[in-house]
Design a protein around this ligand. Structure first.
Ligand SMILES: Cc1cc2nc3c(=O)[nH]c(=O)nc-3n(C[C@H](O)[C@H](O)[C@H](O)COP(=O)(O)O)c2cc1C
Length: 352
């Protein structure tokens, strides 16, 4: 993997800092603030409709003339399975009962994958974001070719050498190497194939094998962390959790409070919120229901059960069932405006 400035030069960024796409938490205001400060802001739009995606991209364009990244989910949706879904709702019944709430009768289908999604592809081709990144796999070859013909820089997330090789073979422009420390969903192509590789080990595996530029992500919170992974050969750093506490994010107050509390000391990967493994701050959901469950509904259907349980708990004043995603370094969160956080990161990098 090249230790040069491939990404900085190609995208015209001032700093090798990417604010991670975070579906439900990233906003046009957050992404614009990061891009305007010389990094690459991102919007996670993997869980929204084409109308919302178009609207969010247009809002972001109003706020910045600098490059930005739009992220899509390329999962293979688990097939609907009424028996399995009913079983999962029955398993959750005692916790709904604790909050005097009815469990939903059935689970929502959830959002579509970007794979084979012509309507979403059309939105991207019309709006032409400078960068598009993919999580949970890759789109089909025709979509990749059309996006590249439109001049869009493409990145794919890899959690293992095998996934990185697949991204390189598909002809994308860069790899986002996601360590096991990362907050949010593991980018696994196949959720059953968990490498468990920590970021430094993953980077070491990619170093001599992968020729594409690599963006490192997972547990990076300050400029010293960024300098370390640049020295390990990465071309840029992607930070998610570090940006959740910025006032520009969409995080609710309870999420912010937990990130700045002792709860941020302990994070773990669990599949029980959505049906796919994801890292968040440990709470009663992790301890009493997860981290894994034989009856678990598929992805993304399971998400609607977790959201209903969280809503029922919040109605009774409990945030103990919240999918508050966070990386292993969440306890080093800083509640700063995004421009201020960017300035800190740059200064710390220079000092390091
Ligand atoms: C709240 C949250 C939401 C996330 N949503 C997405 C997403 O929509 N798409 C994506 O590619 N990665 C997503 N991620 C993962 C990030 O891209 C990145 O891998 C992770 O934040 C890095 O670890 P860190 O949080 O310790 O910085 C999310 C992470 C968090 C914390």
């Amino acid at each position: 993997m090249p230790t040069n400035n491939a990404i900085l030069t190609r995208l015209g960024l001032r700093y090798p800092i990417i604010q991670a796409p975070m579906a439900g938490t990233s906003t046009p205001a957050l992404a614009a603030a990061v891009s305007n400060a010389g990094g690459l802001g991102s919007l996670g739009l993997g869980n929204v409709s084409t109308d919302v995606a178009r609207e969010q991209i247009r809002q972001l364009k109003q706020l910045t003339g600098k490059p930005f990244n739009i992220n899509m989910f390329c999962h293979t949706p688990d097939p609907a399975d009424a028996q399995r879904e009913t079983g999962w709702l029955q398993r959750l019944q005692p916790w709904f009962a604790e909050f005097s709430a009815e469990a939903p009768k059935q689970l929502d289908k959830g959002y579509d994958s970007f794979v084979g999604n012509q309507a979403m592809l059309d939105v991207l081709l019309e709006e032409r974001p400078p960068v598009v990144s993919f999580h949970f796999g890759l789109p089909d070859v025709d979509a990749i070719a059309e996006l590249q013909q439109a001049g869009i820089f493409l990145m794919g997330c890899a959690t293992s050498l095998e996934e990185a090789r697949a991204i390189e073979a598909a002809g994308l422009d860069a790899i986002v190497a996601q360590g096991y420390e990362a907050g949010g969903h593991r980018g696994l192509f196949d959720p059953k194939q968990e490498s468990g590789l920590l970021l430094d080990d993953l980077l070491a595996q990619l170093k001599d094998t992968i020729e594409l530029p690599v963006v490192a992500t997972g547990g990076l919170m300050d400029g010293k962390d960024i300098s370390r992974i640049l020295a390990a050969g990465a071309s840029a750093a992607q930070l998610g959790t570090a940006f959740i506490s910025c006032p520009e994010s969409a995080a609710p107050q309870a999420y912010r409070d937990q990130l700045l509390s002792d709860n941020a000391q302990e994070t773990a990967v669990t599949a029980i919120f959505s049906g796919r493994p994801a890292r968040g701050m440990v709470n009663r959901s992790h301890r009493e229901i997860g981290p894994y469950a034989a009856e678990l509904a598929g992805y993304p259907q399971a998400y609607s059960a977790a959201k209903a349980l969280h809503a029922a708990a919040v109605a009774k004043g409990s945030h103990d069932f919240a999918p508050y995603w966070a990386g292993t370094s969440a306890h080093r969160s800083r509640a700063l405006p995004a421009a201020g956080l960017m300035a800190c990161l740059v200064e710390e990098m220079q000092q390091a």
